[in-house]
Write a protein that binds this ligand. Structure first.
Ligand SMILES: NC(=O)c1ccc[n+]([C@@H]2O[C@H](COP(=O)([O-])OP(=O)(O)OC[C@H]3O[C@@H](n4cnc5c(N)ncnc54)[C@H](O)[C@@H]3O)[C@@H](O)[C@H]2O)c1
Length: 358
């Protein structure tokens, strides 16, 4: 069978990761990319993309595609996904799937009307240590899990100093993002919990802000699940992250034992990253293009998520993390924002609530 022809809409940070991933996936290739920033188009071309466009609607009109990757800012996810579906593409959408439930429903309707599938890049479930926990949980190693806790903290819109480039404007605009830390990171965490414990119900939520951001930079949510597990979900935008490590954990308190994600991170974690960095130094010295996104530990998850989607498309099957799942996670965030009504950050996030001074 010939390669799946993929169009990349948005060749920024994560779009470049997907481009790198696709180069390692047999049976698919990125035939065109669109980005409004000329440097980003030039980088995509340098990395082997045959054609680039400034306007993604031109790309969709000109190219004969099987699939599109929407790696645009959240305020463009609905518009671009609907356009790609109408052009007959299966669509892999970055998280958060949409900014609102209404937007997400429009995307699902467009996919159904055009008989295409939607997938979502809920990456954390694909992290190797989380996959190990899933295998052990599914095998019954710790029995029923009454309590679980999951967290992801990073520096949100800010790059760790020294910053190489200014913060993208959309990242500081709550209308463009759809929310703060809970919308950006919480969707990943809700997805992991549903992956393990079935559909979840938001029971309690509180959001707050300690940084000067226009949305919540810390969120705490309590959920119950189909499997009878109660879980806490913590998302934050207040701590510098120093790659190659990321800050987060998943902990399952089972009746027979506890499983911790940290116990399954590779011992040679730093060595692995150092080796990749040295390879890049050597490439630079030889005048070759360094592999900016050479898969270090966490990039594997992006690769696996995209591969799972493309494999499903190639097989004519529903993607494992589909549009309905993407929409459900946005619903959970929206429910949590409504429950957190009255807190300062919820008001900042545009949750349309009264501001209280507590
Ligand atoms: N799954 C994950 O773990 C993960 C990680 C990072 C980012 N993301 C998500 O990916 C999305 C993009 O984030 P990013 O960090 O790559 O942002 P980014 O700003 O680096 O990339 C977005 C790109 O879209 C381009 N763009 C903006 N408007 C456009 C338009 N009208 N037409 C064409 N191109 C346009 C920008 O020039 C930019 O290159 C967000 O939804 C973000 O939440 C997901």
């Amino acid at each position: 069978m010939s390669d799946l022809r993929v169009g990349l809409l948005g060749a920024g940070n994560i779009g470049t990761v997907h481009l790198q991933s696709t180069r390692g996936i047999d049976g698919a290739s990125v035939v065109a990319a669109a980005d409004v920033v000329p440097d980003n188009r030039a980088r995509a071309e340098k990395q082997g993309v045959p054609r680039t466009y400034e306007d993604y609607t031109d790309l969709l009109a000109e190219e004969d595609l099987d699939a599109a990757i929407v790696a645009l800012p959240p305020f463009l996810h609905a518009e671009a996904t609907v356009a790609a579906a109408e052009a007959g593409c299966h669509v892999f959408v970055e998280k958060p799937f949409a900014r609102t439930v209404e937007e997400g429903q429009r995307m699902l309707d467009a996919a159904e009307a055009n008989d295409v599938s939607l997938g979502v890049d809920h990456t954390i479930r694909y992290q190797p240590e989380v996959q190990t926990l899933k295998e052990q949980y599914d095998a019954g190693r710790i029995g029923h899990v009454p309590l679980a806790s999951i967290a992801r903290i990073n520096n949100g819109p800010f790059a760790a100093p020294p910053a190489r480039q200014p913060v993208s404007g959309w990242m500081l605009d709550p209308d463009a993002t759809g929310g703060g830390a809970l919308m950006d990171l919480g969707v990943h965490l809700f997805d992991v919990l549903e992956h393990f414990f079935g559909e979840l119900t938001v029971e309690y939520a509180h959001v707050d802000a300690s940084m000067d951001l226009p949305y919540e930079d810390s969120a705490l949510v309590v959920v119950s699940t189909e499997a009878g597990t109660q879980a806490t979900v913590s998302a934050g935008f207040f701590q510098w992250e120093t790659p190659p490590e990321i800050t987060g954990y998943f902990r399952l308190e089972g009746v027979a034992d506890t499983l911790r994600s940290e116990d399954h991170l590779p011992k040679q974690f730093m060595a692995h990253a150092a080796k990749s960095a040295l390879e890049n130094v050597s490439k630079r010295a030889r005048g070759q293009e360094p592999a900016y996104f050479k898969p270090t530990y966490y990039y594997q998850a992006h690769y696996r998520a995209l591969k799972d989607f493309l494999d499903a498309v190639a097989a004519g099957e529903e993607p494992p993390v589909n549009g309905a799942a993407g929409l459900r996670m946005v619903e959970h965030v929206q429910t949590a924002y409504e429950m957190a009504e009255g807190t300062r950050a919820a008001a900042n996030a545009g949750a349309n609530v009264e501001v209280t001074d507590d």
